[in-house]
Design a binder for this molecule. Structure first.
Ligand SMILES: Cc1cc2nc3c(=O)[nH]c(=O)nc-3n(C[C@H](O)[C@H](O)[C@H](O)COP(=O)(O)OP(=O)(O)OC[C@H]3O[C@@H](n4cnc5c(N)ncnc54)[C@H](O)[C@@H]3O)c2cc1C
Length: 447
């Protein structure tokens, strides 16, 4: 069996073959019930989500990821969150079997599956109890690599992505800036050409995993805003080696509410040199390229939110069955049952929106009748619905458990803290409503 100590090529091949042999072994379609019984027979995790309608590939991903995650119990996540300690072991376990490259092409060593399967992977990680600590430790490697794989030259693709897939390298995604916030087209960090290099100066904020990442997907301004024809031009995309020992870069970790095992950072660039060969696509067209990764990110975040919500509801339902007050289980009271049941139905609705968006994203690569706007509307709708449903599920789970909902050792307080992230990032609820009002309802742009 290949291990991480063997050569990169071996690990990648092993991972890809392993994922494909898993998929092949499921062969012909089965009824959802048979699938459900067989899939979860070997794990102690009994999920709440209805699995009818998912593809064999998605269900196999779900089963396999649950098995890996069953080695990471709730206590592991509670301790890593409390100690603010990076969950390196989960990333290594997923890389070992090829999962980091789940949605990257096979010619690069990826599994060649889609964002639909990657969304299922991230949902399952969150749902296993890992929450945002688990998901944020790897998700940039899945979504931020989408525009690289699509728009990089053949030479760039090979040299840039294989180490991420094998788990040898990790990337962070650096877009957000403190002075421009959600107004991405006004980004101020500059990259100025100097010989064979670009020289980067400016500031990024909230960059997840930058402390451990050795690669960075970076969006920076190569033409001043005043000089561009359209506001969407003048930004360029780079995929760089993120060498923190070089001069011109400084990181500051941000103390945060949830997902504390994974670092988030302010990054200060001051004449930081990057090779011009790290530019992806055409100079000045980076915003369009990054949108490709952003829609994938919305799908993954939707899955992560769903996972948090289902996990919280499961913990609350189990507690409500066991906890006896006034001579009967609290879960026998409709005052406890109904809020949890309503939260469950909201999650099920958001689940349909999520996997619809992921399917559109995947199909749009081959079917030109699926417009970028249709994918954008679906991905934003899914992210909004899933994040709100997760919030309702987490809040009701905490409240249903009374004082124990507030105790770290019962874990739902952690999911409650975590579930603010999908509501805020990568785009806020308000900006999604602005976007939907404009693109789906045809109302005048408000921002
Ligand atoms: C845990 C975490 C991890 C993150 N990881 C990354 C990462 O790895 N890489 C990265 O690039 N970024 C990352 N982000 C950043 C994240 O994408 C941004 O925080 C998010 O896009 C919101 O931007 P902002 O914080 O600047 O909000 P602001 O733009 O300051 O907005 C603040 C509030 O005002 C509202 N608002 C602003 N304008 C309008 C308007 N016109 N109409 C209505 N409401 C409006 C917003 O909806 C929001 O509620 C992360 C954030 C968090 C919290």
């Amino acid at each position: 069996m290949a291990t991480l100590n063997k050569s990169v090529g071996c690990v990648q091949t092993f991972g890809r073959q392993r994922i494909h042999s898993l998929l092949r072994s499921w062969g012909t379609p089965r009824s959802a019930n048979t699938v459900r019984r067989r899939r979860f027979a070997s794990t102690s995790i009994r999920p709440l989500m209805q699995i009818s309608g998912f593809s064999e590939e998605q269900l196999t991903v779900r089963d396999s990821i649950f098995k890996i995650c069953s080695n990471f119990p709730d206590e592991y996540w509670m301790e890593h969150d409390q100690q603010e300690e990076y969950p390196h072991e989960l990333h290594a376990a997923l890389a070992k079997d090829g999962w980091i490259g789940i949605a990257l092409p096979e010619d690069l060593g990826g599994a060649g599956l889609g964002i639909s399967e990657a969304t299922m992977m991230l949902q399952t990680i969150a749902e296993s109890g890992a929450g945002m600590n688990g998901c944020q430790s790897l998700h940039a490697n899945v979504y931020a690599t989408q525009p690289i794989s699509k728009f990089a030259t053949p030479e760039q693709r090979g040299s840039m992505l294989s180490k991420l897939i094998s788990g040898e390298a990790r990337t962070c995604f650096a877009v957000t800036e403190p002075n421009t916030g959600l107004d991405t087209l006004k980004l101020r960090t500059t990259a100025i050409r100097d010989g064979d290099d670009f020289v980067v100066s400016g500031q990024k904020i909230w960059i997840t995993s930058a402390q451990i990442a050795t690669k960075m997907v970076l969006l920076a301004r190569t033409t001043p805003l005043e000089e561009v024809k359209k506001p969407s031009e003048g930004l360029s995309l780079f995929f760089i080696d993120f060498d923190k020992s070089k001069s011109g870069v400084e990181l500051r970790r941000i103390k945060k509410m949830g997902g504390r095992a994974v670092d988030a950072n302010e990054i200060f660039f001051d004449n930081y040199r990057i090779p011009a060969s790290t530019m992806i696509g055409e100079q000045g067209q980076g915003f369009k390229l990054i949108l490709h990764g952003m829609n994938a990110e919305r799908c993954l975040l939707s899955g992560e939110a769903l996972g948090l919500g289902y996990c919280a509801l499961k913990k609350a339902s189990e507690y409500a069955k066991e906890r006896v007050v006034f001579g009967r289980p609290i879960g026998q009271n409709q005052g406890i049952q109904h809020p949890l049941a309503a939260a469950y139905m909201q999650l099920e609705g958001a689940k349909l929106a999520t996997y619809h968006a992921a399917r559109l994203y995947d199909q749009s690569a081959k079917d030109t009748s699926i417009t970028p706007s249709a994918v954008g509307v679906a991905a934003n709708t899914a992210k909004y619905l899933a994040a709100e449903a997760a919030f309702v599920a987490c809040e009701r789970s905490v409240m249903s458990m009374g004082g124990m909902g507030y105790a770290a050792e019962y874990h739902v307080e952690r999911y409650m803290r975590d579930c603010f992230v999908p509501r805020i990032a990568p785009v806020s609820r308000e900006m999604i409503m602005n976007f939907i009002a404009e693109k789906a309802l045809g109302l005048p742009r408000s921002y």
